[in-house]
Write a new protein. Sequence first.
Length: 87
Amino acid sequence: MKNKVILLILDGLGYSYARKLMGNLEGWVDSGEASLWKGQSVLPSVSGPCYASIHTGLTPQEHGVTSNYHQGKLEDPDIFSAVKSAG
């Protein structure tokens, strides 16, 4: 069976609170079934630019999403396209 990936993004939830409140996910990390990565927000720290940066690995200045009011598709390659291409 292929490995499965769950990308869990909790908008506005601080890292320390997430670690305290998500015991079931912490158990997966402790058992080696999951990995935990701590990220740092981009600026501006609003949902649209942050999600676009998570998906592309680029800064808002590079991908062009600088507010929650961006319309249209991202022009840059994203993580989902890369995973799909890899099979």
